[in-house]
Design a protein around this ligand. Structure first.
Ligand code: FES
Length: 114
């Protein structure tokens, strides 16, 4: 699959005219790998900062998909969160302990909680 991780991890930490308030760091996993991000930021932002760009593969052609509209209007960033498919990574807020996985096509069937 195309480079899903860039060699350059990026997150703007300091900016000449924008302030970034102090945020709580949380731990979550991506494909079983432990990563860190900031509580409340979009999952996609935390993944992007870790160099992860491929979040989803398309249903028919299995092409890699990632961040596109970033406002919840497309379905390019669908991921599986704690076993629940079709979560939009660009609008879902990051929380401690989330298990995030790449979604292949339509993703796994959701499981009943019973
Ligand atoms: S990038 Fe379009 S819905 Fe998330």
């Amino acid at each position: 699959m195309e480079t899903e991780r860039s060699s350059c991890k990026s997150r703007i930490e300091d900016h000449p005219i924008l302030d970034f308030p102090a945020r709580k760091e949380v731990t979550f996993t991506w494909e079983g790998q432990e990563l860190r991000g900031y509580e409340g930021e979009p999952i996609a932002a935390a993944l992007h900062a870790a160099g992860i760009k491929v979040l989803h593969t398309s249903h028919k052609s299995k092409r890699p998909r990632g961040f596109f509209c970033a406002i919840g209007n497309c379905s390019s960033c669908l991921v599986v969160v704690n076993g629940v498919p079709n979560v939009r990574a660009c609008t879902e807020k990051l929380r401690e302990g989330m298990r995030v996985q790449r979604q292949e096509g339509t993703g796994p069937a959701p499981r009943s909680r019973e």
